[in-house]
Design a protein around this ligand. Structure first.
Ligand code: GDP
Ligand code: IMO
Ligand code: MG
Length: 431
């Protein structure tokens, strides 16, 4: 029985939610392993739109178990709101179908405030363009050993001592930023108020996943963000604060790395980025506008316009390597319909030299000049195509060229936001 990890192979928003939802019919458990409600995963099922931030995209299918692993940072108030809003859309969510790891660190209001205060104080050029949801500060507290975790909500004395530990650090930091000290009593009370709602889902995710695995159940790990936002391998410091790459699926849930049988990289047929930071193939012209308009490239979480550019094979080859991608799911091919010509970046030129990877220094990343290969476009529509035979020859050529350049085969192809507008080439669960 195979377990599959889904990771974003660019800067996020590759269409992970749609693919996880599609694949979840073949899985028994769907597990988030990093990130938080900075993620915005959109699912479209028979015209009905679902937007998920903290919940795994498997919840919508029903009858599956969804888990939030220890690698995630969780805003308990957001979780409760999100569950209520998804339930309103007719989805059944209960402690039988959702489990939150007891060792998940919580995102508190002080994290969001700190995140936003830092962004406001940052000078142009050093802003990260975060989602403002407290992700960075919450992960800092985890590594700093001062998080309040889900299990701490069960006992008042423990909770108070954990909050005090966090506040010793935060009040000092807040003084420096000109923020008011934290109202300790109000924070503790609001945590106690939300506690029962969160604790009903709390459980030992590591244990349950290991048991499921032994019982031959299939686990689908759902990544958030994208490998170029990874804290180690992304365009640092313009990244998120977690490991995004596939290895994190093991540490972020408590299952051994041997449990991962197939890594599926989600790859958009062009490139987008939301927030600040280097982006070699970014287009500031008619083509960029066209990609943004046709692709409806606006952030799910913040509504910000996503920056758009041509497909960058250098970057995807690199992220396929760091995540050990076995196959990709190419999404949004339909957005390229009607372009006369389409470009693919195959290398960079920097100071007269050719590079086959993105250099580590931001200063060099900014100066990388993409080297392009031009391909013929297609005028036919690929939107909603459900078989290879429905694709125009030039579109097939484009897909094949991408496979060649990144050194990884296409396992799935997506041709619209709708769940079923998906072409299966290789089943990751059966490979
Ligand atoms: P995620 O964060 O990786 O889950 O991606 P988002 O949901 O943030 O952004 C992807 C957007 O593209 C969503 O609005 C999806 O509904 C949409 N989408 C996914 N696959 C396709 C596709 O093949 N074609 C088109 N046109 N849209 C798609
Ligand atoms: P999904 O799962 C795209 C970006 C932010 C910012 C940087 C740091 O929908 O693909 P953070 O709030 O995490 O500290 O912001 O990371 N970012 C995303 N970009 N998709 C996402 O998630 C993202 N999550 C964070 O825009 O540049
Ligand atoms: Mg998204």
């Amino acid at each position: 029985m195979a377990n599959v990890v889904v990771v974003g192979a660019q800067w996020g928003d590759e269409g992970k939610g749609k693919i996880v939802d599609w694949l979840s019919s073949r899985a028994d458990v769907i597990a988030r392993f990093q990130g938080g409600h900075n993620a915005g995963h959109t699912l479209v099922i028979d015209g009905k739109v679902f937007k998920l931030n903290a919940l795994p995209s498997g919840v919508v299918r029903g009858g599956k178990m969804s888990v939030i692993g220890n690698g995630v940072v969780l805003d308990p108030w957001h979780l409760v709101k999100e569950i209520a809003s998804i339930r309103e859309q007719g989805v059944d969510i209960s402690p039988e179908t959702l489990m939150v790891a007891e060792n998940v660190p919580l995102i508190l209001p002080i994290h969001g405030e700190l995140d936003r205060a830092r962004e406001e104080a940052a000078s142009q050029g050093s802003k990260i363009g975060t989602t403002g949801r407290g992700i960075g500060p919450a992960y800092e507290d985890k590594v700093g050993r001062r998080s309040v975790r889900v299990a701490d909500l069960a006992d008042r004395a423990t909770l108070e001592s954990r909050v005090d530990r966090a506040l010793t650090h935060h009040d000092a930091l807040r003084r420096g930023l000109g923020l008011k000290p934290v109202d300790r009593e109000a924070l503790i009370q609001s945590l106690l108020d939300i506690a029962p709602e969160v604790l009903q889902y709390a459980g030992p995710v590591w244990k349950v996943l290991n048991e499921k695995r032994r019982a031959g159940k299939r686990i689908l790990f759902e990544g958030a963000q994208g490998a170029l936002l990874d804290i180690d391998f992304g365009t640092y410091p313009f990244v998120t604060s977690s490991n995004v790459i596939a290895g994190q699926a093991a540490t972020g849930t408590g299952i051994g790395p041997g449990a991962i049988d197939f890594v599926l990289g989600i790859v958009k047929a062009y490139t987008t980025r939301v927030g600040e930071g280097p982006f070699p193939t970014e287009l500031d012209d008619e083509n960029g506008n066209r990609l943004g308009t046709r692709g409806r490239e606006f952030g799910t979480v913040t509504g910000r316009k996503r920056r758009c550019g041509w497909f960058d094979a250098v970057l995807v080859r690199q992220t396929c390597a760091t995540s050990g991608v076995n196959g990709i799911s190419l999404t949004k091919l339909d957005v390229l319909d009607g372009f006369d010509t389409i470009r693919i970046c195959t290398g960079y030129e920097l100071d007269g030299e050719m590079l086959d990877h993105l250099p580590i220094a931001t200063e060099q990343q900014i100066r990388c000049v993409p080297v392009y290969e031009e391909m013929e476009g297609w005028s036919e529509s690929t939107e909603g195509a459900r078989s290879w035979n429905d694709l125009p020859g030039a579109a097939v050529k484009y897909v094949r060229r991408i496979e060649e350049l990144i050194g990884c085969p296409v396992a799935l192809l997506s041709t619209s936001p709708e769940r079923d507008d998906t072409i299966l080439v290789t089943d990751p669960f059966e490979d």
